[in-house]
Design a protein around this ligand. Structure first.
Ligand code: ADP
Ligand code: MG
Length: 601
């Protein structure tokens, strides 16, 4: 770890929040949390640079929550995020941190959601607003959002907001916030424009940067599996079952609660597994390690802190079930295997949104991490059959089988069947409850890292099941209040990526009132539409830029709510007034962009 701080208690947080963190199973602060929390508690402005998955949400959310006066039912903190998924995710995180803060209310607001509902929720009074720039701007203009009592402002994933064309909106909002407040800006990278915004709107900010230190790792086989198509637990057991040379494993997760949960689940599947976390006293901890050494346990599920320094030579595998916060943690973790001159194996589970961390680890350790293909059912069966044959062979070498051989002959004779059939029946008996074949079918794996370099913001950022089974169809998310568009749709679903090159009958061309004269770029239009109508960027078709207006192709069958949202959407401050495009393009001046994955444009 980059930091020596082991405990949230050292950071100056209140007892109530410390209690909550213990309850939700956070054992120790991540590096960005350890560095940012004290600075924010002191009231400084802050620039935080760290990648996805490093725990930035808690880094700003916990100090911010210390400042909330629950009796004052006015927004006291505003968090801007580039996408609706992030807004929801951050709001959910805050809600979970507010477990012991009765009456606390956080409200996500984002495009595509009904105004009526948002207005009602705003009127009811929320302490923290988490929103996308466009929608927040809208509410400020309509005066339905009042920031007079604002104490904290957070720009989360500022570089992403820039990339999606929201930076003007962000500035517009910053200009309308009261003078006296704390501002924190988080970004994975620091492009010039973000630096400029920071200089203009932040007051003597402290800058905190979590660097990826380079490190050498021992000769360990390193592989990763991209989490998709199958539950992590099922994937884990499948992988462990067919891994060659498996002896014992340490599995790393993020929270104490997760260590216990996973240990229970593995035990239920027949593994000798136990949890190792900071709740165990020294004696219990040593006992677990002793059991792992002696072979009484094969799998230990641990948090980073609890597993520090474990030296058990028979650990053949380290599994990063949850990705570590930084490369140092990764190096520490995988150092638990490959000890005493033995070969070690490190397996890393990577969710789509964590791909950047994978690349950083590769860079820092100067070693490629190879993708792992999930073993198929047949692979598992073959392995189980091979093991079974091995066991039978062992028994065949043993003495004293005559007695049983005699019984087999008797059965064959009495039943008038061959010895083979008797043997088959005995195999069945021997394997009762331990089938050699996995029932069901292999899940169809989703393509690995499709559009890898596109910012993950258009839907994939959220790895929760909410979005899991929604496949490749265009998404209009009317959350909650209305049935989802796709559930009402009778049109054929996309079963593959839409072909963008040829205008498709599934696409409708719309005209909008912003064009080159407004300084608009394709990315501004894509960003605004993606957010306001909840359409993943790759389903946005061709965009034609003219001087005063533009055209954009969107999937047919847009629900009224999304269409309404888009009428009011602004790009560069100009209402776009989206409507079906009639007639032909203006004479000349058209520049057509055949869309490429977002990040490539
Ligand atoms: P980022 O915003 O940097 O991408 P998040 O704040 O979304 O990262 O955190 C990533 C995950 O790590 C979340 O599931 C969060 O609950 C978890 N997490 C964050 N901090 C801790 C911690 N100190 N201990 C355990 N889990 C944590
Ligand atoms: Mg985040």
């Amino acid at each position: 770890m980059t930091t020596s701080v082991d405990s949230f208690a050292d950071l100056g947080l209140s007892d109530s929040l410390l209690k909550t963190l213990a309850e939700i199973g956070y054992e120790s602060p991540s590096p960005i949390q350890a560095e940012c929390i004290p600075v924010l508690l002191e009231g400084h402005d802050l620039i935080g640079m760290a990648q996805t998955g490093t725990g930035k949400t808690a880094a700003f959310a916990l100090p911010l929550m210390e400042q909330i006066d629950v009796r004052l039912t006015k927004p006291q903190a505003l968090i801007l995020t580039p996408t609706r998924e992030l807004a929801i995710q951050v709001a959910e995180a805050l809600q979970s941190y507010a477990k012991n803060l009765p009456g606390f209310h956080v409200l996500p607001i984002y495009g595509g959601q009904s105004y009526t509902i948002q207005l009602k929720q705003l009127a009811r009074g929320a302490h923290v607003i988490v929103g996308t720039p466009g929608r927040v701007m809208d509410h400020l203009e309509r005066k339905t959002l009042n920031l007079d009592c604002l104490k904290t402002m957070v720009l989360d994933e500022a570089d992403e907001m820039l990339r999606m064309g929201f930076i003007d909106d962000v500035e517009w909002i910053l200009e309308r916030t009261p003078e006296q407040h704390q501002t924190a800006l988080f970004s994975a990278t620091m492009p010039e424009q973000i630096r400029r915004v920071a200089q203009k709107y932040l007051v003597e900010p402290r800058e905190i940067k979590i660097k990826a230190a380079t490190a050498t790792v021992a000769a360990i086989r390193q592989v990763y599996w991209q989490v998709s198509g199958m539950h992590k637990l099922d994937a884990l057991t499948r992988i462990l079952e067919v891994e060659e040379d498996f002896d014992a494993a340490i599995i790393f997760v993020r929270t104490k609660n997760a260590t216990v949960e996973l240990a229970d689940k593995l035990a239920a599947r027949g593994y000798a597994a136990a949890a190792l976390n900071g709740d165990l006293n020294q004696q219990m901890r040593e006992r677990v390690i002793e059991q792992l050494k002696s072979g009484a346990l094969d799998i230990v599920i641990a948090t980073d802190v609890a597993a520090r320094g474990i030296d058990v030579p028979r650990v053949s595998h380290v599994v990063n079930y949850d990705i570590p916060y930084d490369t140092e943690a990764y190096v520490h973790r995988i150092g638990r295997t490959g000890r005493a001159g033995r070969t070690g194996n490190a397996i890393l589970f990577v969710a789509p949104r964590e791909i950047r961390m994978l690349r950083t680890i590769e860079r820092a350790t100067r070693q490629p991490i190879a993708p792992l293909t999930l073993p198929s059912r047949a692979d598992v069966t073959n392995k189980r059959v091979a093991d079974f044959k091995g066991k039978v062979a062992e028994v065949l070498n043993a003495e004293g089988l005559d007695f049983f051989a005699n019984i087999v002959s008797q059965i064959a004779e009495e039943q008038d069947i061959g010895v083979e059939e008797v043997a088959a029946a005995l195999c069945q008996m021997a394997q009762e409850g331990k089938p050699l074949q996995i029932p069901g079918e292999d899940p169809v794996a989703r393509p690995a890292f499709r559009d890898e370099r596109r910012p993950a913001s258009f839907g994939e950022r959220d790895s929760k099941p909410r979005f899991e089974d929604r496949g490749e169809r265009p998404r209009f998310e009317g959350r909650g209040d209305k049935p989802r568009f796709e559930e009402r749709s009778e049109r054929p679903r996309f079963d593959d990526k839409p072909k963008r090159s040829a205008p498709s009958s599934d696409m409708v061309r719309y005209r909008i009132d912003v064009g080159r004269d407004h300084g608009v770029q394709v990315k501004d239009i894509v960003g605004a539409i993606a957010n306001e109508a909840g359409i993943e960027s790759r389903f946005i078709g061709r965009i034609g830029l003219y001087d005063e207006s533009s055209t954009v192709e969107l999937p047919a069958g847009m629900p009224a709510e999304a269409a309404n949202a888009l009428k009011r959407t602004r790009v560069r401050g100009v209402p776009i007034n989206l409507r079906p495009d009639e007639g032909r393009p203006d004479a000349g001046g058209e520049r057509t962009f055949k869309k490429k994955p977002y990040a490539e444009r």
